[in-house]
Design a protein around this ligand. Structure first.
Ligand code: NOJ
Length: 771
């Protein structure tokens, strides 16, 4: 591997084009600072006045959580002495002001910047990443980013640790919930759109915050889906599938990059000079700050590449990790490392300058309080309703819901009769917000039960029973509740809970079971070895099924689940992820047909955990399994089908759509040319509805084996009942390009297949050749 790593920079230098998914969202970077020369001259002057210790202080990123803090006096003294560069986890203008006041008492009055995990909203919580991706609607996603920035900036924040663009093909990994799924192109589009939305035209503007894309690189590929585990992958896969989303975010102007906790091919990313300098800075031209993840510098000791904290600090700073998050490593070690000649002043200067440049671009040298404001402007009630954006939250949440099954038109429900709402998540306000819910308040979130009650008024009778605890295993409950209260346990026995639910179901015309995962089950440090519903809930569903009542499942979960029994036994299934503050209202909109669902899966749903990794853009192998002609010595399992339960890109509607054959503007494309591919999409049902038309490309004969198909374009279209529309896509050479065995990027001449359809399996084919 070492040999390959040595070879890689050379190969990459030879590469014809960088790893990127060029899209309208990535085409131009966010507006640059108007006068870069003036900025650099300012930074020169400032740096000349700074002592070494003040420079090192700028590299320290300190976590200051809300609540009683016995260390506050020491922290404030540190800030006054210039020993902190930035703060995260402090989230109100009032609390932030106290810290900035201390910075203004420091010798050089260098302002702090303030960051937070604003991942899917700050006060208004939008659907989690998987939900946002399920909308396939860039305008909607942009809107969530803009509102997040406006709310975060109104809370005094300057920066968010988002977007998280780690591609994942492994639903065992709890952090799949935060990302945008398995696809490189979709994730790249979303990452770039969010960066632009957060930063706006000018990151210095009040109402804009800076974006820090994470986790660089390939954190989503941790082995076995076990968090923080090792990542090992071929350079082709890395450059083709895993790096482009980070690159797209960088191209869109992301101010920062957070470094992944994992090792990549044996080298912890925090100490990976090749990654942080050769790829990020030299190849991609990144000019912002790099930030180590929580405690990651120190963790290089446990990774086995540093002898002690000093060694780890040396590795990190020389590799190019500018700021150290939440550890004391840089503060303690950089000075002695410098004095002993093991670290060069140039390394410290470079990192310091990156930090100061960000502060300059944020406008903090002009006005350190530009987002914090004055005390008289502090909101009298930080959690006031008026500070939320409920309308946008509801409309994005509705679009994030994916209808997985709807047998016999079980949905939409009629607003009449008696409806039993059952399940441990039905009344949960905390879970519906999902993990990383920033400053969101659970008591402001709308549960599924409440949303349904709001929709019904007194038109129908709504019954409720909890039916089960989210999970019964006390050890797991203990684990989930370790750092925050996640699972609330009903002390009744499982049998008592089920009995009550069955009795409730018997009184109803239809049962809506709200089941899945608690928010903490799909989070950082929440990896699972199985991805089924916990037995407590599976047992409940079996009992509800036995009542013979129509059974509608509302699924709340952060990762694809294996839902074989459920898909065979439920009448309808609605995947709702964690839909945010307005989740309950949005879910009710879909359940009662006030909104026609249009979400599509951004990640394959396997039948069983044993199929993982299961992803749509796999290679064909030399012995592909053919279900039409099943044979033994093919690439298959003998105890289960090969394919997914629900494929990537899949999602139903209350109407139906037809897609015509593919027409191509030409069948032979010259180098540098374009081909237009079109289909006519018809709403063949009786309701207006939206769907996502997806275009995939396959290069069936190339110098290396290429995926059976890869998403290259998509369009979300809204069609009235009976309406037809031509949907066209322009294919160019970049859509055909890939990294070959020598890591050269480009398209190879020959035949290409174009697949267009409404999910990754249900497609029509056309083909053309590249000359
Ligand atoms: C660790 C997580 O990996 C990262 O995503 C997050 O931004 C930081 N902690 C800060 O909370």
């Amino acid at each position: 591997m070492k040999k390959l790593r040595l070879l890689l920079p050379l190969l990459i230098a030879l590469a014809a084009a960088p790893a990127t998914a060029q899209t309208s969202d990535t085409a131009s970077a966010a507006a640059p600072v108007r006068n870069q020369a003036a900025r650099e001259a300012f930074l020169d002057r400032l740096m000349q006045r700074m002592t070494v210790d003040e420079k090192i202080g700028q590299l320290r990123l300190v976590s200051v959580p809300a609540g009683a803090n016995p260390d506050k006096p020491r922290l404030l003294a540190d800030i006054r002495a210039g020993r902190a560069g930035a703060i995260f986890n402090t989230v109100t203008p009032h609390d932030i002001r106290v810290l900035q006041d201390a910075a203004m008492q420091s010798r050089l009055k260098i302002p702090l910047f303030f960051a937070y995990d604003v991942i899917h909203g700050q006060r208004t919580i939008f659907p989690i990443g998987m939900g946002l991706a399920s909308t396939w609607n860039m305008d909607a996603i942009r809107q969530t980013g803009r509102i997040s920035a406006i709310e975060a900036s109104a809370d005094g924040l300057d920066m968010t640790w988002s977007p998280m663009v780690d591609i994942s093909r492994d639903p065992r990994w709890g952090r799949t919930s935060e990302g945008f799924g398995e696809d490189t192109y979709l994730t790249s589009r979303i990452g770039a759109a969010l960066v632009r939305a957060y930063q706006g035209d000018d990151p210095a503007a009040r109402g804009s915050i800076m974006a820090v894309v994470k986790h660089f690189a390939a954190y989503g590929a941790v082995e076995g889906g076990r968090d923080y585990n090792t990542v090992d992958m071929s350079p082709q896969r890395l450059f083709q599938d895993y790096l482009p989303p980070y690159k797209a975010a960088v191209d869109a102007g992301a101010a920062g990059v957070m470094i992944a906790l994992n090792a990549l091919n044996g080298v912890p990313a925090t100490g990976d000079k090749w990654l942080l300098q050769d790829v990020l800075r030299k190849q991609w031209g990144f000019k912002g700050i790099t930030i180590s993840d929580h405690g990651a510098i120190l963790e290089m000791i446990k990774h086995g590449v540093a002898a002690d904290g000093r060694d780890a600090s040396r590795l990190a700073i020389t590799a190019g990790a500018d700021m150290s998050m939440s550890d004391t490593m840089y503060g303690e070690n950089l000075r002695p490392l410098l004095d002993s000649g093991r670290v060069r002043m140039a390394d410290i200067d470079r990192a310091t300058r990156d930090v100061l440049r960000v502060k300059y671009d944020l406008g903090l040298f002009q006005d350190a309080y530009r987002r914090i404001g004055s005390p008289q402007d502090d909101p009298p009630d930080i959690n006031a309703e008026s500070r939320l954006h409920r309308g946008a939250a509801r409309s994005v949440a509705r679009e994030s819901l994916v209808l997985l099954k709807n047998q016999g038109d079980a949905l939409p429900l009629k607003k009449q009769g008696t409806i039993a709402v059952i399940g441990p998540l039905a009344k949960s306000q905390r879970d519906i917000m999902g993990n990383w819910s920033a400053a969101g308040q659970a008591d402001q979130a709308v549960s599924v039960f409440q949303g349904m009650a709001n929709a019904l008024g007194d038109r129908a009778r709504l019954l409720y029973a909890k039916g089960a605890n989210v999970i019964d295993d006390p050890e797991i409950v203990k684990y989930l509740n370790l750092y925050e209260q996640d699972v609330e346990v009903d002390p009744r026995t499982p049998a008592q809970l089920v009995d009550e639910a069955v009795a409730t179901a018997r009184q109803a015309d239809v049962v809506v079971a709200v089941v899945g995962e608690s928010q903490g089950m799909a989070h950082e440090a929440s990896s699972r070895t199985d991805i089924v519903l916990p037995e407590s809930q599976a047992r409940l569903l079996r009992a509800l099924k036995a009542t013979g009542k129509p059974l509608v499942l509302v699924l709340m979960n952060g990762r694809p689940l294996s839902l074989v029994w459920e898909s065979e036994n439920a009448d309808a299934m609605l995947e709702t992820w964690f839909a945010g503050t307005e989740g309950g209202n949005a879910i009710a909109d879909v359940l009662f047909g006030d909104y026609n669902p249009s979400g599509k899966l951004p990640m394959t749903f396997p039948r069983s955990v044993g199929q993982i990794p299961l992803y749509y853009n796999h290679l064909n192998t030399g012995r592909p399994f053919d279900p039409q002609n099943p044979d033994k010595y093919t690439s298959r399992y003998f105890d289960a089908p090969n394919g997914p339960l629900f494929p990537f890109g899949y999602g139903l509607s209350y109407t139906t759509f037809g897609v015509s054959d593919v027409t191509l503007s030409r069948t032979s494309m010259p180098r540098g040319g374009k081909v237009e591919a079109s289909v006519t999409v018809t709403n063949t049902g009786t309701r207006d509805g939206a769907t996502v038309v997806q275009l995939y490309i396959q290069d069936p004969v190339a110098s290396i084996s290429r995926p059976v198909k890869e998403l290259k374009h998509f369009q979300k279209v809204l069609l009235k009942a009976g309406e037809s529309r031509q949907v066209s896509f322009t294919i160019d050479e970049k859509d055909l390009s890939f990294y070959n065995a020598q890591l050269q990027y480009g398209a190879e001449p020959g035949l290409f297949n174009v697949y267009i359809g409404l999910d990754s399996q249900d497609v029509k084919r056309g083909s053309f050749t590249l000359r």
